[in-house]
Write a protein that binds this ligand. Structure first.
Ligand SMILES: NC(=O)c1ccc[n+]([C@@H]2O[C@H](COP(=O)([O-])OP(=O)(O)OC[C@H]3O[C@@H](n4cnc5c(N)ncnc54)[C@H](O)[C@@H]3O)[C@@H](O)[C@H]2O)c1
Length: 348
């Protein structure tokens, strides 16, 4: 059992990972400023995990750019945090063109502040939420970790900068145990339908958009680009069930804690790509819901095809995805059907 600090633990990936970690017997301290999440998510996580004891899940409302807030969180565990999982960050590639400064501030500035706090409190183990966006328009398919890092938007640039910072620390300071996990496309929800993805405003990603159409919140799905160089003209992505991703974090922490200090850079994906139109058809098949869609212009900063080669993660972590696209559609729909307006429905 470890004592872990989870930044951004109330968000989509963070909440599912908190559940997996609590079920594995870890004690968690979460720091989140709720800029893109609801306090309800962790209440549900506590219920699902059967954690009545507040000692197992402590929650601090705070910003990772605020050193005092971080100090408070570390001190609440009497400076005995065994490791950090750093989810807190901004993640919308499109939005990052409009707010580059904010993306660099939260993603790089927030990480720097967190690393400073870790040093102050003698913790040198961190799992970082990185992204396949780093690979940009990769010529290599499937993409291995050796592919060139060449982001095509400010979001990807800010994540690449954090990876460089972590690599410098790992090379020049002793004792760091670091995992940069490059997620492909996290989707789906916990099979209970009690927790899931709850984006604010118009969804930037395909799955929440599809399920909001299915539940009647939106009239039709916008498919960005029908003329990409792919078999049906729509983009191809590697969709990874969020519970598989959550289990990947548990496995990465385990390996970091067990092995000698190291920097691990790993793709977390399924290794299988589906086009947007294939996903629409699978979602319709699994849910019985018709998804009307319209093909729109390509979006700035999108790549035609990204599919992971997850071989290294399987080798290093003994982990691989277990859930299919059909599981993703079923679980994502179960969440959306149960909570059509997410965690905080509008007041009547
Ligand atoms: N979801 C994806 O498609 C995807 C893909 C690749 C990488 N990632 C990365 O994974 C991480 C988690 O993604 P997610 O999908 O769960 O996003 P999310 O927005 O649902 O979760 C992020 C959480 O961090 C919190 N947060 C944001 N800024 C903060 C700050 N300054 N201080 C404290 N808390 C803050 C938010 O309130 C939210 O709870 C992010 O760093 C994201 O860049 C996500």
């Amino acid at each position: 059992m470890s004592e872990l600090l989870i930044t951004g633990g109330s968000g989509f990936i963070g909440s599912h990972t908190c559940l997996v970690l609590l079920e594995a017997g870890h004690r968690l301290i979460v720091i989140d400023n709720y800029s893109n999440s609801s306090p309800r998510a962790l209440e549900r996580v506590a219920e699902l995990a059967g954690v009545a004891n507040k000692e197992c899940l402590k929650i601090f409302v705070g910003d990772v750019r605020n050193s005092e807030a971080l100090d408070l969180a570390f001190r609440s565990a009497e400076d005995r945090i065994d490791g950090v999982i750093h989810f807190a960050g901004l993640k919308a590639a499109g939005e990052s063109f409009k707010k580059p400064l904010e993306y660099w501030d939260v993603n790089l500035g927030g990480t720097r502040c967190l690393l400073d706090a870790m040093v102050r409190h003698s913790c040198r183990t961190i799992v970082f939420s990185s992204t396949a966006t780093l690979y940009g328009h990769s010529a290599q398919l499937p993409i291995t970790e050796n592919a060139e890092v060449r982001p095509i938007n400010p979001y990807g640039n800010s994540k690449a900068a954090v990876e460089m910072l972590l690599a410098d620390i790992a090379s020049h300071e002793a004792g760091w145990r670091i995992a940069c996990l490059r997620y492909f496309n996290p989707v789906g929800a916990h099979s209970s339908g009690e927790i899931g993805e709850d984006p604010k405003g118009t969804p930037d990603n395909l799955f929440p958009f599809i399920s909001q159409v299915a539940v009647g919140r939106r009239d039709q799905l916008s498919v960005f680009g029908g003329d990409w160089p792919t078999p049906d003209g729509s983009c191809i992505r590697d969709y990874i069930h969020v519970m598989d991703l959550a289990e990947g974090h548990n496995a990465a922490l385990d390996v970091l804690q067990r092995e000698k200090p190291q920097l691990l850079t790993l793709n977390l994906g399924s290794g299988v790509g589906y086009s947007v139109l294939e996903v629409v058809r699978e979602f319709e098949k699994v849910t019985g819901k018709k998804i009307p869609y319209i093909i729109r212009a390509r979006r700035l900063g999108d790549a035609p095809c990204t599919v992971a080669d997850p071989t290294k993660a399987t080798k290093c972590l003994g982990w691989q995805t277990r859930r299919s696209l059909s599981d993703i559609c079923r679980d994502g729909w179960s969440w959306q059907k149960k909570y059509p307006f997410g965690y905080d429905p509008p007041q009547k």
